[in-house]
Write a protein of this length. Structure first.
Length: 201
């Protein structure tokens, strides 16, 4: 998977989300920003469990399959992006399949003072930590990618959503949205109602 996006666009989006991504938090997952693909474009999402901030970036391009969200520590990503310029590429490999193995361990049903009983326990096989590579020109940096399968999935709060306490902002380039209809805008001052673009929410 590879994401291509102008540095200024990504930096501006991260700046808007900075207030919702604490540097030190008792819940580590809240320090992450989630990168996902929506209609072949990049979407950023973060939350503090009260407000969810979601930014859609239409001038980004996502190539390859992004079937699962990519989670990176917000502070590290923000620090790297500020140092880059031009077109920024974000790439990562799919998360490896989780493997398990059977391990024999001593179980103490009566506490550690009693007699141990051997029992076969299914454990996860240790794997190399996944990474995300961020590059622009000759500069490149590798950041650790957090595996959401380890209980590191960015939470959503339906109870807050039900109370209309979640604000979701989707930022887009307004000029790009208006451009396809500009040819139909009138220039007759006597009919000023036709000289603009109607935006409905």
């Amino acid at each position: 998977m590879k994401i291509t996006i102008p540095q200024k666009t990504l930096a501006a989006a991260l700046a808007r989300m900075k207030h919702l991504a604490p540097k030190r938090c008792s819940i580590p997952v809240l320090e992450q920003v989630e990168l996902s693909s929506v209609l072949g474009r990049l979407q950023l999402r973060t939350t503090d469990l009260e407000i969810e901030h979601c930014i859609f970036l239409p001038n980004s391009v996502v190539t390859g399959e992004l079937t699962e969200p990519v989670m990176v520590e917000f502070a590290k990503l923000d620090k790297v992006v500020v140092l880059l310029s031009g077109e920024v590429s974000i790439s990562c490999e799919p998360l490896p399949e989780i493997e398990y193995k059977d391990v024999t361990k001593q179980i103490y049903p009566n506490g550690y003072g009693g007699k141990g009983v051997p029992e076969i326990v299914r454990e996860r096989v240790p794997q190399d930590a996944p990474t995300v590579t961020i590059s622009a020109g000759k500069r490149s940096c590798t950041l650790p990618r957090h595996d959401h399968r380890d209980g590191c999935e960015l939470p959503t709060s339906p109870e807050y959503a039900a109370k209309d306490a979640v604000s979701i902002y989707r930022d887009a380039d307004l000029s790009a949205l208006v451009a396809p209809v500009l040819h139909a805008v009138a220039t007759d001052d006597s009919r000023y109602g036709l000289n603009g673009v109607s935006i409905e929410v």
